[in-house]
Design a protein. Structure first.
Length: 426
């Protein structure tokens, strides 16, 4: 009996020894020769080899950065940080996610980067929760609710970007039931973290009264915060606030100041707006040369009103060299994009042969485009074409009908035409 017991004990010892050797071989839980004598080795080596996750991570980072007496060794760094991450140490898991994502220490591997990002999120790393949520939102449209869940976890821990993203989800109804009030609540939290985009969107909410009671002063304040941080759209909106005196005292100088900042960043709306400021007397002495400069920049971006305003300048204004061919091109682009002012201008040019050869068919085309949008000038010109048979089969009754529509909208010329035709405004 004793012999049997002794044999069993011997087998158990051999199995234990074999298991220990295999584990050591697999994980290589030893310091490099001589490294145990370093400060890093003294601080973390023994505990790291015994499986202490935080020590494994610290040791790995010392290898990765060449700190505390260790030479930089990315292989050792990866080994120890991976061991720590496999022991569910959150910082190690997130470090691995970034390492595989950026190609630090190892060859870039997007699949492993995502795997470790998800694990990091589960371990409670706030940045990882936000990153994993973004991945789901951008790459897994069938799991938007999952993205919202992870945004929520990070947002509740005061992650500003997550709060902003969560607000947008509520505003757009993506992955969650649409709710403007909740969107504003999260925007407010993000704005308190001085995130310019959140401040800008809050400004829009207070401007439009969406999810919150309209308040132009608060809107301007939020635009101001975002504008001072360089947010282009906020700078433009703040410029319009100063121009019209919405939430702030009227100031054309401040309007031009903020519009210029946005315009210099390439915002086409701001470029066109700044050009307009230089054309009106309420903003000081008009400067058409400066105005045309900004209109031209907006026109280069196919800004509908910018193209129209640039075309007007090129038709011939003080300080600007005329270029009627280019003007007609810009009027046409603007008109084709739905600008009624450009449509009316082209109809007039082709009717009267100003800068172009007379073309009644094109006049009718653009007058019709304007009239279909209910513009009184377009209705009046189209009526005139029907009355005279210019580019269209003559039709007095059709002309009267169109004159009456224009007259209802207050068009003086249409009213006069109806009088001459012996008709009354209905």
């Amino acid at each position: 009996m004793d012999r049997i017991v002794n044999r069993l004990l011997l087998v158990m010892v051999l199995l234990l020894a074999t298991s220990t050797l295999q584990a050591q071989k697999k994980n290589k839980l030893t310091m490099k020769k001589g490294d145990s004598k370093t400060v890093a080795g003294e601080l973390y080596g023994d505990l790291a080899c015994k499986g202490h996750a935080e020590s494994q991570y610290s040791l790995g980072m010392c290898y990765g950065n060449g700190d505390l007496g260790l030479e930089r060794d990315t292989v050792e760094a990866l080994k120890w940080v991976t061991l720590s991450a496999e022991n569910k140490y959150a910082d190690a898991a997130w470090t691995l996610a970034k390492a595989y994502g950026n190609g630090q220490w190892v060859e870039q591997d997007s699949i492993l980067a995502l795997e470790w990002t998800e694990k990091s999120a589960e371990y409670g790393v706030i940045e990882a929760q936000y990153a994993w949520a973004r991945h789901l939102a951008l790459n897994d449209t069938t799991n938007l609710a999952g993205a919202v869940e992870w945004y929520q976890k990070a947002a509740e821990q005061n992650h500003g970007a997550a709060q902003l993203a969560l607000a947008k989800c509520y505003a757009e109804g993506k992955g969650v039931e649409q709710n403007d009030e909740t969107a504003v609540q999260w925007l407010t939290k993000a704005a308190e973290d001085s995130i310019p985009e959140a401040q800008y969107l809050l400004g829009l909410a207070y401007t439009d009264g969406k999810g919150v009671k309209a308040d132009q002063e608060k809107a301007a304040n939020y635009y101001q915060g975002a504008a001072e941080a360089g947010h282009c759209e906020a700078q433009y909106n703040l410029a319009t606030c100063y121009f019209y005196g919405k939430g702030v005292p009227k100031s054309c100088e401040e309007a031009k100041n903020w519009a210029r900042k946005a315009a210099e960043q390439g915002d086409a709306d701001a470029q066109n707006f700044l050009g307009v400021c230089y054309t009106i007397s309420q903003c000081g002495r008009p400067n058409m040369k400066e105005a045309e400069k900004w209109f031209a920049l907006a026109a280069e971006q196919n800004h509908v009103k910018g193209m129209y305003n640039e075309a007007l300048c090129l038709m011939g204004v003080q300080g600007v060299r005329p270029n009627k061919k280019r003007a007609v091109e810009l009027f046409t682009k603007s008109a084709d994009l739905g600008n009624v002012d450009a449509q009316n201008k082209l109809a007039s040019l082709y009717l009267l042969s100003e800068g172009v050869e007379r073309d009644y068919e094109l006049a009718v085309k653009y007058a019709t485009m304007s009239a279909e949008q209910g513009d009184p000038d377009g209705l009046y010109m189209l009526a005139s074409c029907y009355l005279g048979g210019y580019g269209v089969k003559k039709g007095v009754l059709k002309a009267i009908e169109l004159f009456q529509e224009a007259a209802k909208k207050g068009h003086a010329g249409a009213k006069e035409a109806l009088k001459e035709l012996g008709q009354k405004v209905n």
